[in-house]
Design a protein around this ligand. Structure first.
Ligand code: SF4
Length: 456
């Protein structure tokens, strides 16, 4: 049996559908139709010679440069990057097929290295561009789609791309989507990224909630990190191309400069996220506005289904759909609550992250958990942290979660910085934290190398 096409939902539009296809050995490109150079719309076309394919890429890159730098600068850069391709500012790819060219997370400019790699890939003899549209029941070149290479798309979405070894990691600033891929035919395995992509960032040790399982051992006596130190760390992260941070504590929203910290992070080109136990109805108007304007996501700790319902009400009341999710610590509560919370989050369409119990700080007494098979499949948008992956590897395996969705091991793509004690580690609950005073460094190069020996 061969399934050729499946579509879920009604057709609400029709549009161009271009594909960049890697032909398997022995398969030749379909017979082509001509296209006017620089005008890549709804019509069927096949681009297979190098000049034609690079012209197509030039149209994509040119659009990104025009949008970002304006006409004069875009022309100068295009002449330099695409020598021999007569690009002009009128060139276009239909917006439904347009490829977003990502930015370098360190320089924050359109990534020349990505364009170079992409050009090299497009120059391969077995790569072709197929143009067409999905305006009829049959798509053009339908038989070739099983070989399709699909790159992240999204009109007017901003992407960062960081290269580590043979691999590119692409991160969408607006949606938080992330993917790792290689232009190489046989890429070397990637053990660790060249810089951390995510920082778990502690800005305070103050918290009034007295949770008995608090692995940070935060309390009412805890102190806040100074704004100056926090800003120094943020500058370092920006200089190292960090995509996003997860602000935590203690209770980060009770840091007196919290809104300033969110806005500073955003102004440095990093996406701020945070974890809190303070629900939106208790946020200040300034915080609410900052969440809407600059924050990627907010994770709110829940302990039972009642708190999930309250979260849903806050989501509706304050227009926070897409911004908030729930966190649930597995092992901090009776085991029957886990399934209830998973199901309640699914019913309310609240994304849920399950956190493994950390046996440090006040986390000395985990409650035994019996997790029934297939429980993870009952979630709506369900994710787990690396600690859960380590503790419940058997559940993940029994539930048949594909390896593609699981990245085991701490410190390979992220790290932890505690701005209160000025130390860093591969994770917030790792026992070996090393000194990391903000005044001595301008980026994360050295600390990332130092932490290498702790990566498991
Ligand atoms: S677990 Fe979170 S909310 Fe509870 S005391 Fe610790 S920092 Fe505060």
């Amino acid at each position: 049996m061969k399934i050729s096409n499946v579509r879920l939902g009604f057709a609400t539009n029709s549009s161009s559908s271009h594909s960049i296809v890697v032909l398997p050995k022995g398969v030749s490109a379909p017979l082509g139709f001509d296209v006017i150079e620089g005008e890549y719309g709804w019509e069927s076309f096949v681009l297979k010679n190098q000049q034609d394919k690079l012209s197509y890429l030039a149209a994509a890159v040119g659009s990104s440069l025009l949008e970002f730098y304006g006409e004069d600068l875009a022309e100068i850069i295009m002449r330099e990057w695409f020598r021999g391709i007569p690009w002009s500012r009128g060139w276009y790819i239909d917006h439904n097929s347009a490829i977003e060219i990502p930015h370098d997370p360190i320089t924050k400019q359109v990534s020349q290295l990505f364009v170079k790699d992409f050009s090299r890939f497009m120059s391969r003899k077995d790569v072709v561009v197929l143009g067409g549209n999905d305006n009829s029941d049959r798509r053009d070149f339908e038989e070739y789609y099983q070989y399709e290479v699909d790159l992240p798309r999204g009109w007017n979405l901003k992407w960062y791309a960081q290269k580590s070894g043979d691999w590119w990691t692409m991160f969408c600033v607006e949606t938080g989507a992330k993917m790792r891929f290689s232009f190489e035919e046989n890429p070397q395995d990637l053990w660790r990224s060249v810089y951390p992509e995510l920082i778990d960032f502690k800005i305070t040790d103050y918290c009034p909630f007295d949770c008995p399982f608090c692995y940070q051992d935060s309390s009412r006596q805890g102190i806040h990190a100074s704004l100056a130190d926090i800003e120094s760390y943020l500058e370092m992260m920006s200089n190292s191309g960090v995509f996003e941070i997860a602000l935590g504590g203690g209770e980060p929203t009770l840091h007196p400069d919290f809104v300033k910290i969110l806005r500073k992070t955003h102004s440095l080109g990093i996406v701020p996220n945070f974890t809190t136990k303070v629900t939106p109805e208790h946020w200040s108007p300034d915080l609410l506005q900052a969440v809407m304007e600059v924050v990627g996501g907010v994770a709110i700790s829940v302990e039972d289904t009642w708190e999930v319902s309250k979260l849903k009400a806050a989501e509706v009341l304050y227009g926070l759909r897409g911004k908030i999710s729930a966190h649930f610590v597995v092992g901090a509560h009776p085991d029957w609550r886990l399934e209830d919370v998973i199901e309640s989050c699914a019913e309310n369409e609240i994304p849920l992250t399950l956190l493994g119990f950390k046996e440090v700080g006040r986390g000395t007494d985990p409650k035994p958990q019996t997790i029934t098979p297939s429980v993870l499949h009952r979630g709506w948008r369900l994710s787990v942290d690396t600690s859960f992956v380590e503790q419940y590897a058997d559940v993940i395996e029994k539930d048949g979660i594909p390896d593609l969705l699981v990245v085991p091991g701490e410190g390979r793509f992220s790290m932890y910085i505690d701005a209160v004690s000025q130390r860093a580690g591969i994770s917030s609950y790792h026992s070996d934290l090393v000194e990391f005073e903000p005044q001595h460094w301008t980026d994360l190069t050295d600390i990332w190398v130092i932490l290498d020996e702790y990566v498991n």
